[in-house]
Design a protein around this ligand. Structure first.
Ligand code: SAM
Length: 304
């Protein structure tokens, strides 16, 4: 248990978690991808560099890590990276497209991964292929099942909402529930304003009308709706990052790009702090802690 109090930014928001892109390489080419707001990478952090940064993060009260990318499973040393997370963080999670996940789900669990988010915008083969550029939806479905079997918990399935995805989303949600995973509907960032309003508003309205209960997560004040399906209570989470001041007011994370820049927010590139170059040049722990604090103080709520 990390007893260090998290540092608060200038807006009083404690920074308790870090989202690390471990590579910008990916085997899919999703039409809408924001690449975690990262610009083209100049280099890629080594596993031991990620470990050192996590050690420093733990010393300023950061308790949770989410590994992302690019596609994190493109890294041959992903198990080392997960072990590094396990060593310093209370919660270790990963966001993956799932195409390479099924054969390694158990190994990831054994290395210390607690939970996983798997991206599958559609359960339908042709639609999935159009969105991602690859005919790989079966692999992703297998990965969801393998992750549940491996004991990763919860297994969440990220589904980005598009204006024409109304009916398809419900088929995808039903598949996710049927294999005991949890769907998470994500509002698309940086698509046309009207499109986004239609997509997420209509989908959330329909979900809310079916719900028997709703609770609110601490992170981003995200809503989780409970719905009775097939005689059981199932859940679906809604993530609304756009034009949402509550989302920003309840953001507790800092980001790290795959080339080692601390990044205050996905939505913009102001206030980036290079931590990798000083680390490679032999910076002391105190100097690295100071860089973290600088990046935290560069945070501001994007939507107010
Ligand atoms: N390759 C991994 C994956 O597919 O999960 C990790 C990286 S991906 C950028 C992380 C998550 O961001 C995915 O769930 C993806 O659907 C989501 N995402 C990408 N572009 C987005 C956008 N423009 N708006 C909302 N979510 C987006």
């Amino acid at each position: 248990m990390n007893m260090v109090e998290p540092i608060k930014d200038k807006y009083g928001r404690p920074v308790e978690s870090i989202r690390i892109s471990v590579t910008e390489r990916c085997n899919l080419n999703c039409i809408y991808c924001h690449n975690e707001g990262q610009m083209e990478a100049k280099t890629e952090m080594r596993a031991e560099e990620i470990e050192k940064i996590l050690e420093i993060a733990s010393r300023i009260g950061i308790k949770d890590v989410k590994f992302t990318g690019g596609e994190p499973l493109m890294r041959k040393d992903i198990l080392d990276i997960i072990r590094a997370g396990r060593k310093y963080m209370e919660d270790v999670s990963m966001t993956t497209n799932g195409t390479l996940l099924a054969p390694v789900a158990l190994k990831l669990k054994e290395a210390g991964l607690n939970r996983v988010n798997i991206s599958m915008d559609s359960v339908e083969r042709e639609r999935y292929r159009k969105i991602t550029g690859k005919d790989m939806v079966d692999r992703v479905k297998d990965a969801i099942k393998a992750s549940v079997e491996a004991g990763l918990y919860p297994v969440k399935v990220n589904i980005v909402a598009f204006p024409d995805s109304f009916d398809d989303i419900f088929k995808t949600i039903e598949f996710v529930w049927s294999v005991n995973a949890m769907p998470q509907i994500i509002e698309a960032i940086n698509v046309g304003r009207n499109k986004k309003l239609y997509a997420i508003d209509e989908i959330e309205k329909r979900i809310a009308s079916m719900a028997v209960d709703v609770r609110v997560r601490k992170l981003h004040k995200r809503k989780i709706y409970s719905i009775v399906y097939d005689g059981k209570i199932r859940e679906v989470e809604i993530v609304r990052p756009m034009h949402n001041s509550e989302f920003c007011a309840n953001c507790n994370r800092i980001r790290l790009t795959s080339d080692g820049m601390l990044k205050p927010c996905i939505m913009h590139n102001r206030g980036l702090v290079d931590i990798l170059t000083p680390l490679r040049e032999g910076a002391t722990d105190d100097e690295l802690i100071a860089l973290f604090k600088k990046a935290i103080m560069n945070r501001f709520p994007y939507w107010r």
